[in-house]
Every structure is written in C-alpha cells, then in structure tokens.
Design a binder for this molecule. Structure first.
Ligand SMILES: CC(C)(COP(=O)(O)OP(=O)(O)OC[C@H]1O[C@@H](n2cnc3c(N)ncnc32)[C@H](O)[C@@H]1OP(=O)(O)O)[C@@H](O)C(=O)NCCC(=O)NCCS
Length: 190
C-alpha cells in the first residue's frame, strides 16, 4: 500500500500498489530495473526524432547518465507511490515505456514507444490493461494528456473511449514539435 501525503498534484488517497508485472499474450509490462539502462538508452537513441520531437526528455540525445537518472527516479517513485513506470517488453526486448502517475482521486497514464514498435497496438492495449487495474484499485478516473499537435498520442485515448475534457497549458518542458497546449482526455470509473 502506498499513500501520498497532503493533497494536490502527485498525491492521492490510499490505493493498493499495482503489480510489478502484467502479462499479455503479445507483451509484458515490467517494473524497470537498474539493469535496463543500456537497452533503454539504445531504444531511445535509435528512435531519433520520433521521440525527440515529442518528449522533452529525449530532446538533445539520451545518455547513459540520463537512463541511470530515470531508473533511480522511477525506483524512488515506486517506493513513495508517486508513479509506477513499466517497460513494455516484446520477446524480451524493450519496446517502450508506460507509467501510471498518482493524481488526486485518480491516475494519469503516459507512454512512448521506440520507433520500430509503433503501429501494432502495444500502447493502446497496455493503457487498457493499466486503466482497468487502476479502476480495480479504486481510481475514480484515468487521464491522458498530450500536446494538441501530437495526433498519434491522441488517437490512443480516442480509440479506448476516453472523452476529451479540457485543454491546458503543459507544465513541463516543451519538446520541439509541441505547442505547449495539452489536450486532456478522461475515462471515469463506471
Ligand atoms: C504516441 C505513440 C506511443 C503512439 O504509438 P502507436 O503505435 O500509434 O500506438 P499503439 O501501440 O496503440 O498502436 C496503434 C496502431 O496499431 C494498430 N493496431 C493493431 N493492432 C491493434 C490492437 N490490437 N489494438 C489497438 N490498435 C491496434 C492501430 O490500428 C493503430 O494503427 P494506425 O496507426 O494505423 O491507426 C507513439 O507515436 C510514440 O511513442 N510517439 C512519441 C512519444 C510520444 O509522443 N508519447 C506520448 C506523449 S503525450
């Protein structure tokens, strides 16, 4: 069980900690380990502008130190309940990443894929799986946010029956292809 303290962004009412592994016929979701640094960097570096244009953390390259910093942060986030990040693995290799971030009364899900792993429904199905798990654990809603120009990202919540509920100014650094205006999609527990 992991509970945030206080209220507002990054906090939540007490919810069960999710499983560290989810199994699907075509992929696995696994909690990142410190051994993932080199393959993580390789997938991100091989993806070039596909990632660098849209996610600020891949803009300007991705070093071994970047990977190590991420792996330390995600490990800490698991311990505090702030966020639960998973590698998306296909046949043992890293295809991408997906994270469930704790929000007040619900969760937000974020994702990325290596360029070679797009177009196969991996993220749509991973989101579906993690959203169902979040509702089972007591989340009142699941949100997905993406830049208004990132239509590939927006197609995922649309495909899964989310509703676009608002636009807002992004609160993180802006990647080159982004306008800084996010579309926010929401699915509520029913
Ligand atoms: C956003 C991103 C993850 C979307 O990747 P994607 O491959 O389009 O998403 P999915 O893995 O869900 O695959 C969907 C595609 O697989 C197809 N597909 C095949 N089998 C499928 C299945 N069983 N279920 C759902 N879709 C399936 C869909 O029809 C769709 O194809 P289309 O592109 O021809 O419409 C990817 O473009 C990316 O990593 N972008 C850069 C990082 C980024 O922008 N992250 C989000 C920041 S907000």
């Amino acid at each position: 069980m992991a509970c945030g303290a206080g209220s507002g962004r990054g906090t939540m009412r007490c919810m069960e900690t999710p499983a560290e592994t989810f199994t699907h016929d075509e992929f696995l979701l696994t909690r990142w380990t410190f051994a993932d640094g080199a393959p993580l960097r390789a997938v991100i570096e091989a993806s070039g502008a596909h990632l660098a244009d849209w996610v600020f953390w891949a803009t300007g390259g991705y070093s071994d130190e970047d990977a190590a910093t991420f792996l330390r942060l995600t490990n800490k986030n698991w311990e505090t309940g702030r966020a639960y990040d998973y590698a998306i693995r296909v046949d043992g290799s890293i295809a991408g990443g997906i994270g469930v971030m704790t929000r007040d009364g619900g969760v937000e899900i974020g994702y990325w894929l290596g360029h070679a792993s797009t177009g196969r429904g991996l993220v749509s199905r991973a989101v579906s799986l993690l959203a169902a798990d979040a509702f089972r654990r007591g989340a009142g809603y699941v949100e997905i946010k993406h830049d208004e120009l990132n239509t590939r990202s927006g197609a995922i919540p649309a495909r899964l029956g989310f509703t676009m509920v608002r636009k807002e100014t992004a609160d993180e650094d802006r990647a080159p292809a982004c306008t800084g205006v996010n579309h926010v999609w929401r699915l509520t527990a029913s």
